[in-house]
Design a protein around this ligand. Sequence first.
Ligand code: NAD
Ligand code: GLY
Length: 352
Amino acid sequence: MQVVTVNASKKYDVKIGTGFVGNLGEEIAPLMSGKKVMLVSDDKVFSLYGERAVSSLEKSGYIVSIFTFPNGEDSKNINNYTNLVEALFDAQLTRKDLVIALGGGVVTDLAGFAAATFQRGVGIVMVPTTLLAAVDASVGGKNGINLTKGKNQIGTFYQPLEVLCDIETLWTLPGEEYINGCSEIIKYAMIVNDGLFELIRDKEVIDQYEEIITRCITIKRDYVEADEFDVGKRMMLNFGHTIGHAVEACSGYKIPHGRAVAIGMSAITKAAVVNGYCTEDTRMQLDELLEQYELLDELPFKAEDLMECVKVDKKNSSGMLRIVIPKAIGICTIKEIYKEECFKWIVLGGAR
Ligand code: NAD
Ligand code: GLY
């Protein structure tokens, strides 16, 4: 087992190993003084791991309530949020008790936001079951839900009490979800020059889960500790995301987050070559790695349509936008540009 400690407004451990779901009762005991637990999951993850989790919690004497919802991005909405906080109320959960999020980024985002706001904050433990949630969504305290008009428009910064990455759960991930997680891992390899790029190029992520997840969380930990509330350095974690979020939105959220970010990383790198920030060799190395993980796609939408989505991106302020530009493998820079200038970057990125 590996442990990465995050020292932000809360200090907590991220444990990376096996067997956590079947041992949840014992894992959470040191984190709470109450006896009630709300287990939040989606229908698919609950059918795979719910019984194991509930049985461990009940064996340790906890009173377990369960809240599940249909799997998929569409569920990250206000209705499910309202239903969840009402379920917390009905279960008479207090600040001595605990919410457990068992699932992918949709579950950790929705449960994280509910835990942050119910009674102005109850404790939450994240148990990510997708690769994407393990390396990104479950760590760092960002959570949020979607408005029909925009993604992640409502949310908080609220750190969990612990994160338990149970690698065993990743064995049931469908191939496309594995690939989505690999996209965020490639993002880390592009922003930090610590050999991660070569590591995942020379050996598949799936064959070195513990090592890769630990390295990604360590990178994320450093950014979160430096800039917990995302006003400066943490924006580096958004490499590929400005165009990526626009791709997701233009597709009506049919293109999943990870794949959309991969399209965004490839496009911004293509534009960075033309604008003289990085070499053609860097672009080729990135595209080859994306290809290796079946993530290399062209921008599938018109620049005008993508721009409409960029305009409502919450990273906008006073007509300016911060984008993350690659300079070399493992080195990126944050640049503030006028929103209108973003159109040129998208065109140079290969938009139709
Ligand atoms: P997801 O939660 O929708 O999970 C993808 C699919 O995999 C779902 O159908 C789910 O039921 C299924 N699944 C989950 N675990 C499984 C398992 N072990 N075995 C089999 N199937 C399993 O999607 P995701 O990719 O995990 O997360 C995407 C979301 O995360 C997006 O909403 C994105 O905005 C958010 N996100 C948040 C942050 C953050 O910092 N808060 C960071 C990155 C992404
Ligand atoms: N997923 C980017 C961040 O947490 O800042």
